[in-house]
Design a protein around this ligand. Sequence first.
Ligand SMILES: CC(C)(COP(=O)(O)OP(=O)(O)OC[C@H]1O[C@@H](n2cnc3c(N)ncnc32)[C@H](O)[C@@H]1OP(=O)(O)O)[C@@H](O)C(=O)NCCC(=O)NCCS
Length: 327
Amino acid sequence: MIKRSKIAGTGSCVPVKVLTNKDLESMIDTSDEWITTRTGIRQRHIAEPDENNSDLAAEAARRALSMAGVDAADVDLIIVGTLTPDMPMPSVACLVQKALGAWNAGAFDVSATCSGFLYSLSIADKFVKENPAMKILAIGSEVLSRRTNWQDRTTCVLFADGAGAALVTGSDDQSGLISTCLHADGKVWDLLTIRGLGTAYPVDQDLLSKGWQYIEMKGRDVFKHAVKALESVANECMERAGWNNDDLDLLIAHQANIRILDFLRERLNLPSEKVFINIDKYGNTSAASIPIALDEANRGGRLKKGDNILLISFGGGFTWAGVTMRW
Ligand SMILES: CC(C)(COP(=O)(O)OP(=O)(O)OC[C@H]1O[C@@H](n2cnc3c(N)ncnc32)[C@H](O)[C@@H]1OP(=O)(O)O)[C@@H](O)C(=O)NCCC(=O)NCCS
């Protein structure tokens, strides 16, 4: 029988600096009340100028390795989901390899926006199914604050920085990943973008004056697509696992908006204690949001042996994904 892959350790790391809604009131025309009721966010963590994506990713990875009792030298592969790498070349994964001294690991980044962690976890799952002895770090890590226009109140209240990691290896029992579902729709790519700083547009005065180095979002359209895609992938992934909604012990969804999470709770008919929420503390950390939540749930004793857990994500591209696993 093919062995399952399982998560043997989790870790996360957010910058120390906290930016509250009250702080934002003094920076732009907004209010704590507007941000809290429309998004559920109360505060977020923001990297200092000398703090980079790879620093956060490496620390989250160290914590996951420590929990799993695995040495960096024994890691076979490092996969980082991110849309805010330190630089276009090298990958964040290579910088994490260096920081950890994980000299025996292959390393690459995955570009799947807020679904970056679930895409990475799904790739790790396939490798481990082929060779259960493999030890793979799946990471989601972002420094979105440097791609945020701090004058644009429609986006700057939402996005934030952080990293989460999982050490994935072969399972000895029935615990582990059961189904993985990956989706994308490039037709609507322009609803959520960072157009500049790739190779399509030169970095010149025109680009900077358009603000194309920053996140641009048609918030209402994104919201409508997100709720539809998340509900659909949740049902698809549970069906593939052979679960009904009643079988689910915990839903960890991408932390983008409390209203999206409330919508999912209602549509999936789940009691509130089965929907994990930490958006109030961290805001939207894109690829990092699910592994940070997973680590918090794990360390907080919310994940019990044998629990059925569903992870679902949605982000620019669009991309969306789901993973079911038995803890
Ligand atoms: C961004 C989002 C919170 C905006 O909420 P909304 O209810 O759609 O609000 P709207 O964009 O319609 O704006 C309503 C009003 O609030 C204003 N507004 C926008 N941002 C504001 C802010 N930070 N503070 C105060 N007012 C604000 C708008 O200018 C608008 O004013 P107007 O009616 O005078 O034009 C919401 O659309 C959303 O969460 N979308 C999904 C975003 C997401 O999840 N993205 C990431 C996916 S990975």
